[in-house]
Every structure is written in structure tokens, then in C-alpha cells.
Design a protein around this ligand. Structure first.
Ligand SMILES: Nc1ncnc2c1ncn2[C@@H]1O[C@H](COP(=O)(O)OP(=O)(O)OP(=O)(O)O)[C@@H](O)[C@H]1O
Ligand SMILES: [Mg+2]
Length: 417
């Protein structure tokens, strides 16, 4: 078994996780390093030195706990400057029906990438999600089948080049190599979703401190990915305005007394707080606190619902409902709030299949770090990069080079994510 280290540079914390996956896919975690994030704001690097320092601290702690010298990591990429779209294209195989081989799929991917190119963005992933072979719909994997015309829907994800480069720079300046990179949202999904949920249709939401990532899976593969620059920090800030307390107090009150659904809180409940400029503690209505929280949550969920409605999919088609992860999933009443808001079943997404340091790692805040290891293992086990984030680009190389990207996009398997 091979040790893999993941690095999740979040808005509130940097996590380095050292683990190995056994043949059952269970993750044996042997080291965790965590450091408060500095110089990072919602995926963007705002001060390189501070961000590097936070990474160094997390790596050092993970090294001490695991007793392993860490040289390479699987890096998570997140931020609002990530776009996704579905491209549909057709390739003619030949006038006489013949066997479909990987090069036909490459051609489809090539076209989808070419069509999605945009100045300042890099296509980081192109995943065929649905094939039609001649007139036969519902083809899961066309390789080896016979046909003369192949059509596919390809889910293309692109990331702002500067966001990508600057995230990499933080790790590289900390003296850490990047073995592989994946979108944080896809990593979280890998950690918390079951294959059945992806097949049935599911909306996964990772609500962290500064970002809310969401991914829709339908018929087993990614249909939509998106990120909003809002998270638990916005809720905490709303509370500071509501009660006139500082950020630290508001964070504590949110965690200890917050609730996601106001009408489930008793009118009479009061929380003792000492607002700025007041001599004595005052009683604040817990129901009103919940209202403040609920308003912000509704705003976030409305944006997600809007993003879904602009695509060719209906929330009703997501039979497995909603899975929420990230630190905000721990907010009391979150499951009930989501069920009410979306009128779909909801559950909290805990990283699955974790052995070793389970009490600590089996927490929604660790979904990305756990998922990064799982994705890395999956892609190397199949020896097929499912996303071009895979190959490490040299600093300063022309990463928008098309051949460079295609070299990494050899084959795609819908069950990979
Ligand atoms: N019990 C709790 N109740 C409510 N909110 C909580 C609870 N525990 C943690 N949070 C919130 O979760 C957020 C942190 O989540 P997480 O660790 O997933 O963020 P991150 O990965 O650092 O940030 P991001 O992914 O947004 O860049 C904070 O805003 C914190 O207030
Ligand atoms: Mg996060």
C-alpha cells in the first residue's frame, strides 16, 4: 500500500492528511496536520508568505504525527473562478459501422475542450457523461461496441489560470511537490457520496467557511459543478451585525446556539451575550438568531437552485436528494432546513470508509482532504487520468497548450467520479 498525502487549503483551515487506502477502499489515516488559514480568502491567495506558512505548519504537524517525511501532495483546487458547462458533439466513425476505440472518445473530448476555451481560463477536466451510438441512447461505455456515429455530452470544467497557478505556488513555495490536483468539490463528493446516490441523482453541497461548492450527479456522472463565494463566515458576520458582538463571539454563539430553521426554535429561548459597549449581559432571542442564519442559508440555496434550473435538469430528478458536507453541515437543524427548502430527502455527508483517527477525520470539514486521497488512488489504480488536473505542469510552462492537455486526457470512465 502506498502512502498518499492530501492538502486542502480552505478559507478557515489548511489540512494535510496522510493515509493509505487498503484493497477495500478504506482509508487508514496515520497523520493529520491542521493550521488556521492565513493569507487565503475563498480560494484566492491574498498573502503568499502567510499562506505558505499555514501550509508549512499543517505539513509539519502531519509529518510529526505520521513519522513520514512528506514531499508530495494531492492538492485541492477551489474558488469561485471555476466554471462548468456541458458540450454535446458528434464524431463520424466511418461509413461502414466499425468498433469504437479510445481515440474516438478522445476526438469528442478534444472538440468539447476546443469549444470551451476561454481567455484566462484553463480547462481542467472534460468528462463524457452520456453517449449515443448511432441512434442508440443510454450507452454507458461505447468502447468495443460497433457503430458509425458517436455522440457524447461532455462535462467541461475550467478554472481561472491565475487561481490555479497561485494555489500551486503556495504548495511549491512551501517546498512541497504536487503529485496530482483535483477540484475540491469533486473530492468532497468522492468522500461522502455512494455510487447509488450518484446513479439516482444527487445534489452535494460542501459549505465551508468562505465557499459553498455544489455538484449535481445524474445517471452516475457529474452533471453540474459550481461554487459560490459565500459560506459559514458570512453567517458569522451576519450574527455580528445582529447582536453587535465581535467575530469570535459570534462564531461561538453560532456553533453553540445556532439553528438552521427558525420555526423549530421556541419563542421563549434566550441566549446570554455581552454586546459591544454594554456593561452587562443581555438576553438575545434564539429564535431571532435562527432567523438571521436561515435568511443567509436561504440565499445560498436559492442561488444553487437557480444554477440548477438554468441547466437541463429538474431538482425532482435528483431522487437521492441532498447531501451536505463541509463545516456548516454541522449546524444544528441543517438536515431539516434542507428537506424543507428543497422538498427532497437530505442527509449530512460524513467522509466514508475512514479507518484510523476516525473520531477526528470522520467529520464533514474533512470531506475534501479525505476525498483527495480517494480520487488520487482511484485514478492511479485505473492508471487513467480522469481529469487533466492529474499531470503536474511545470511552473511557467504553457499550460493552455492543447496537446499538453490532450496528452493527459487519455481515457475517461464514467464510474470514476
Ligand atoms: N457546529 C457548527 N455549527 C455551525 N457551523 C459550524 C460548526 N462547525 C463548523 N462550522 C462552520 O464551518 C465553517 C468551516 O468549514 P470548513 O472547515 O469546511 O471550511 P474551509 O474548508 O476552511 O473553507 P472553504 O472550503 O470555504 O474554503 C466555519 O464557517 C464554521 O463556522
Ligand atoms: Mg473547504
Amino acid at each position: 500500500m502506498k502512502l498518499i498525502t492530501s492538502l486542502d487549503i480552505g478559507t478557515s483551515k489548511v489540512v494535510a492528511l496522510v493515509g493509505e487506502l487498503d484493497s477495500y477502499g478504506d482509508l487508514h489515516v496515520i497523520g493529520i496536520g491542521e493550521s488556521p488559514s492565513k493569507g487565503i480568502d475563498r480560494g484566492y491567495v491574498t498573502r503568499l508568505d502567510l499562506a505558505v506558512n499555514a501550509v508549512l505548519n499543517a505539513i509539519k504537524e502531519a509529518q510529526e504525527m505520521s513519522g513520514v517525511k512528506l514531499t508530495n501532495v494531492i492538492l485541492g483546487i477551489s474558488g469561485p473562478a471555476i466554471k462548468s458547462q456541458n458540450e454535446r458533439d458528434t464524431v463520424s466513425i466511418s461509413s461502414q459501422p466499425m468498433e469504437i476505440n479510445p481515440s474516438h472518445i478522445e476526438r469528442l473530448i478534444e472538440r468539447a475542450i476546443t469549444r470551451s476555451r476561454e481567455e484566462g481560463y484553463e480547462v481542467v477536466s472534460a468528462i463524457p457523461r452520456k453517449y449515443v451510438l448511432d441512434d442508440q441512447e443510454g450507452i454507458i461505455d461505447p468502447i468495443g461496441l460497433i457503430g458509425s456515429k458517436l455522440m457524447a455530452d461532455v462535462h467541461v470544467i475550467k478554472v481561472s489560470s491565475s487561481l490555479l497557478k497561485n494555489t500551486e505556488r503556495v504548495a511549491l513555495n512551501a517546498g512541497i511537490g504536487i503529485a496530482d490536483k483535483f477540484l475540491s468539490s469533486l473530492a468532497s463528493a468522492e468522500a461522502v457520496l455512494t455510487p447509488e446516490e450518484k446513479e439516482e441523482g444527487v445534489l452535494m453541497i460542501d459549505m465551508g467557511a468562505g465557499l459553498t461548492d455544489f455538484v449535481v450527479f445524474h445517471e452516475g456522472s457529474v452533471f453540474l459543478t459550481g461554487t459560490l463565494p459565500v459560506g459559514g463566515l458570512s453567517i458569522t458576520r451576519d450574527i455580528t451585525h445582529f447582536i453587535k458582538i465581535n467575530l469570535e463571539q459570534a462564531e461561538r454563539i453560532k456553533i453553540e446556539n445556532g439553528y438552521a430553521l427558525a420555526d423549530m426554535v421556541n419563542e421563549a429561548e434566550r441566549i446570554k451575550v455581552k454586546p459591544r459597549g454594554e456593561e452587562k449581559e443581555v438576553g438575545v432571542s434564539r429564535k431571532q438568531l435562527a432567523e438571521v442564519i436561515q435568511i443567509r442559508l436561504e440565499e445560498v440555496m436559492e442561488k444553487i437552485a437557480d444554477a440548477i434550473s438554468t441547466r437541463d435538469i429538474n431538482l425532482d430528478a435528483l431522487h437521492a436528494g441532498i447531501v451536505i458536507t463541509g463545516g456548516c453541515a454541522k449546524l444544528a437543524g441543517m438536515k431539516e432546513f434542507l428537506e424543507r427548502y428543497f422538498d427532497l430527502p437530505a442527509r449530512i455527508g460524513y467522509p466514508m470508509g475512514v479507518i484510523g483517527l476516525k473520531e477526528k477525520v470522520q467529520d464533514p470539514s474533512y470531506a475534501t482532504a479525505v476525498g483527495l486521497i480517494k480520487l488520487a488512488q482511484k485514478s492511479s489504480a485505473l492508471n487513467k487520468p480522469f481529469a487533466p488536473l492529474k499531470a503536474q505542469e511545470k511552473e511557467g510552462s504553457n499550460t493552455s497548450g492543447f496537446s499538453n492537455l490532450m496528452a493527459k486526457l487519455k481515457a475517461f470512465f464514467r464510474d470514476i467520479i
